[in-house]
Design a protein around this ligand. Structure first.
Ligand code: ADP
Ligand code: MG
Length: 259
């Protein structure tokens, strides 16, 4: 089982869109995928068509040990893709977790317990560097960081990397960066091209070659409760996510995925 946290403390950079569509593409290759929704907004759950009524056990219950991952996981309409849904309860978790023992390792322990059930676990993080994201970093083998192609793209990244460094030192020495994915690329806008060039110059090979274009189909799909990859598998956004998922597969250690 290989675990990837999709993280960036900025909101609206494409974390959830990436989580849903990469998860779908990985499941389509035959892998058993779990998408763990760790954002109280529950967008990954909604975007995969998991309604409130289906959220019997949620990621919050898992964190406070009111249920295991296997009980909380709900099958999505995508074969081999299950979701641990999030509910608004999770918004209190940042504060409640502080009181609990092993507060940074709760997600790690819960996911470890059900390791035989999944080949890949993707964790969709909230837009903050609080205890929920720390739990994701402790539980993960690596991080996938979506970066929006805008003027301040790199701002905030050093803060994120600083948190990664602290998590490595204290809890999870093998945490790595799987890659940085440039999102919402707009060909007609010269600025995004410049941002992409600059980001590659600064970060080098850690940046995925695939760039996710700004594409309206990607933003429409969640309202239908479907991944863009199923809603319109031929749109430019879907094609880009298929290509990004291919790079993700290349970067995941094969032995870990199969184990
Ligand atoms: P985050 O999880 O980082 O907050 P989201 O994935 O929810 O970001 O994206 C924020 C908003 O932008 C959503 O409404 C989403 O549908 C839309 N969006 C994400 N990626 C794209 C894209 N490549 N092109 C167009 N809209 C996008
Ligand atoms: Mg999100």
């Amino acid at each position: 089982m290989y675990r990837i946290a999709i993280a960036n403390q900025k909101g609206g950079v494409g974390k959830t869109t990436s989580a849903i569509n990469i998860a779908t593409a990985l499941a389509a290759t035959g892998l058993r995928v779990l998408l763990f929704d760790l954002d109280p907004q529950g967008n990954a759950s909604t975007g995969l068509g998991i309604g409130q009524a289906q959220r019997g056990r949620s990621s919050y219950d898992v964190l406070i040990e009111r249920g295991g991952v296997a009980e909380a996981a709900v099958p999505s309409s995508v074969p081999r893709l299950s979701v641990v849904p999030a509910t608004v309860d999770l918004s209190g978790a940042e504060i409640e977790l502080v009181e609990l023992e092993q507060r940074t390792h709760r997600l790690h322990r819960a996911i470890e317990e059900t390791a035989p059930l999944w080949d890949v676990v993707l964790i969709d993080c909230p837009p903050s560097l609080g205890l929920l994201t720390i739990n994701a970093m402790v539980a993960a083998d690596s991080l996938l960081v979506p970066l929006q192609c805008e003027f301040f793209a790199l701002e905030g990244l050093s803060q994120l990397l600083g948190t990664v460094e602290r998590v490595r030192e204290r809890f999870n020495p093998s945490l790595s960066i799987l890659g940085v994915a440039l999102t919402m690329y707009d060909r007609r806008n010269r600025l995004t091209e410049q941002v992409s060039t600059d980001v590659r110059a600064v970060l080098g090979k850690v940046v995925f070659e695939t760039v996710i274009p700004r594409n309206v189909r990607l933003s429409e799909a969640p309202s239908h409760g479907l991944p863009a990859l199923i809603y319109d598998h031929r749109c430019a956004g879907s094609e880009a996510y298929i290509s990004l998922a291919r790079e993700v597969i290349e970067r995941m250690p094969r032995a870990r995925v199969a184990a």
